[in-house]
Design a protein around this ligand. Structure first.
Ligand code: HPA
Length: 246
């Protein structure tokens, strides 16, 4: 199975075997950067960083439509998205890897649908379960077999950014039932559903969300957690690619 891997802050680069960089165009404009196609553990992968090669595109300016369409044009059969997130509920401690099962979209003003004129049919896709349940089950199995801890289920709050939240905003999200908060999970997941591409998100908790620790959030702290977690995140991606190669 050919998989699309969308990296971001949690995974800035991915070394592939026999990598091929391609700059592509889509009917929705240019994706965030080149698509890098190659092989990982025998699995065929197309990697794209949603923030661009040099991390220059903030969450609200990502061309999510072009990114998802570009992966669709490459005939990927599944998308695994990586998201750095803040932890809201107790189990979501820095360094944890999480496989969300639900989301609440608090973002606004983003180009969020392919049903947007230009002759595109109006589609009201079912989004009851925003992440593909079969793919989630497969990721969970892979993590279990590889001995990697992965929290099964979380409600992913998607905010506009790029600023972090106020403590009260985080409390409201907690009352809404959210466990983790990030800035890029939507409209990505919804667009993948519109094109019927199975999609999952793997969250890496990089900080306690605002007001959830006695300290303010610093980039240093986030960087340290991210660096320390890279080997585990990569191990999970490798194991997943090996499994999906079959
Ligand atoms: N809030 C929103 N997005 C994030 C956070 C956060 O605390 N940490 C990493 N991405």
């Amino acid at each position: 199975m050919k998989i699309g891997l969308i990296g971001g802050t949690a995974l800035e680069h991915l070394s592939l075997h026999q990598p091929q960089r391609q700059l592509v165009q889509t009917p929705w404009g240019e994706p965030s950067g080149p698509l890098v196609s190659g092989w990982l553990e025998g699995g065929e992968v197309v990697y794209l960083n949603r923030h661009g090669e040099h991390h220059s595109i903030p969450p609200h300016r990502v061309n999510y439509r072009a990114n998802i369409h570009a992966l669709h044009q490459q005939d990927v059969e599944a998308i695994v998205a990586l998201n750095a997130v803040g932890g809201i509920t107790d189990a979501m401690t820095p360094g944890a890897l999480v496989l969300p099962h639900q989301l609440i979209d608090y973002s606004w003003g983003r180009a969020h649908t392919f049903s947007d004129g230009g002759g595109m049919p109006v589609q009201h896709v079912d989004f009851t379960y925003p992440y593909d349940e079969n793919l989630r089950a497969r990721v969970l199995k892979v993590a279990r077999v590889a001995g990697l801890e992965l929290i099964d289920g979380a409600v992913h709050a998607v905010v506009q950014g790029p600023r972090l939240e106020t403590a009260s905003e985080v409390l409201r999200m907690e009352r809404d039932g959210c466990d983790i908060v990030g800035m890029t999970g939507m409209p990505e997941a919804g667009l993948a559903r519109e094109l019927a591409i199975p999609y999952v998100s793997i969250g890496l908790v990089v900080n306690p969300a605002a007001g959830k620790s006695s300290r303010l959030i610093t980039l240093e702290e986030i960087g340290e957690v991210m660096t320390a977690a890279q080997p585990r995140l990569l191990a999970l991606i490798r194991a997943l690619c090996a499994d999906l190669a079959d």
